[in-house]
Design a protein. Structure first.
Length: 342
């Protein structure tokens, strides 16, 4: 599921692109998340916090933050990793539900370095949730990047977080694990080896292509050129509409793409199923404490004919609050599904 690419030196700006690939429509909308919101871990409610930074996020089913950017220039991106092993939940450890994993970092940190320091100190355990649509439980890893050009990838193995932290870690896809991806890409011509640049939709091939092309981008003269250049790279790594590969929800079509300017705080969203492009500058949103959470309805409004397009800061509307998928809600969903089958 997905490709993420960082361009840390786009003529003074840090530009990040990502694809969201999945086998079903995630009913994605954009939400504003002002500072000052009280949240908990979605598990035992032992970890609570008040959001320090406001953000704009893309969601799945209005229950899970899967991509976003905060007002300090920290961005997060959730991708699929089948090899993820979060371990058996341990009440003695700091825990975070998968649904709010990314949002925790956007709420609390301005830089990747701050986030990595907290992970190392807390030994946080991510708790796997059920798919609210009845599919397989998500197996995901998380990328963070910031306005300084720093980057990290967080994966779980044997219940423990493995953090790959370096400004050089610009590209992330899916399987295999990140250490193996780094070895595979070194076999490609122009990246250390002699093998031709691969063209399939395999995660390792997308990793190689994205790494190759982002390293060869010309310096942009404008923000528009920078955003267009990043879209060209992630579109090259996108997956066409097709029947999903059996048992591999990540081996599916690209549903949408985002490009974020972490330096100038612009968030750009492009749908492949409702093909229009919209964008917003975080400075044009009300992210102050006490401001309402607002929703940009992409499911119903992002259409080619008579739909929204372009700059959309004034199109967000009050639709209630974003309720993250908690384990308690999961139990209710499971019970309701079981009752419906009786």
């Amino acid at each position: 599921m997905c490709t993420r690419v960082v361009w840390p030196d786009a003529n003074g700006a840090v530009i990040v692109g990502r694809n969201m690939d999945f086998h079903k429509d995630l009913m994605t909308n954009l939400w504003t998340q002002p500072k000052g919101i009280t949240r908990d871990d979605g598990v035992q409610r032992k970890l609570t916090w008040i959001s320090k930074y406001g953000s704009v996020v893309a969601t799945a089913f209005d229950m899970i933050s899967v991509d976003g950017l905060n007002e300090a220039g920290l961005a997060g991106h959730v991708l699929w990793l089948a090899e993820s092993d979060y371990g058996t939940p341990e009440d003695s450890r700091t825990q975070l539900s998968q649904a709010i994993w990314m949002q925790y970092f956007l709420d609390n940190y301005a830089t990747v370095a701050e986030a990595v320091e907290w992970i190392e100190k807390s030994d946080v355990q991510v708790v796997q949730m059920m798919d609210p649509t009845g599919g397989a439980p998500p197996a995901i890893h998380l990328a963070l990047d910031d306005a300084t050009g720093d980057s990290c990838i967080i994966e779980y193995s044997d219940g423990k977080p493995k953090v790959y932290h370096s400004r050089e870690y610009r590209v992330m896809t899916n399987s295999p694990t990140y250490d193996q991806q780094l070895e595979l890409v070194r076999t490609i011509s122009g990246l250390g080896g002699d093998q031709p640049l691969p063209g399939s939709t395999l995660a390792s091939d997308r990793f190689a292509r994205a790494t190759y092309y982002v390293s060869r981008l010309d310096q942009p003269q404008t923000q528009l050129q920078a955003i267009a250049a990043m879209f060209s790279v992630i579109r090259n790594a996108a997956q066409p509409f097709r029947i999903p590969d059996p048992g591999k929800p990540d081996a599916s079509q690209t549903l949408w793409q985002t490009v974020s300017d972490l330096t100038n705080k612009r968030y750009v969203f492009e749908s492949t199923t409702r093909p229009n492009i919209v964008w917003v500058d975080l400075g044009d949103l009300d992210l102050t404490e006490g401001a309402p959470q607002l929703k940009l309805n992409l499911v119903n409004e992002l259409t080619v004919e008579h739909g929204i397009a372009g700059e959309v800061s004034g199109k967000f509307a009050d639709s209630g609050t974003l309720s993250f998928l908690t384990l308690e809600l999961e139990r209710q969903l499971i019970a309701a599904a079981a009752k419906a089958k009786q």
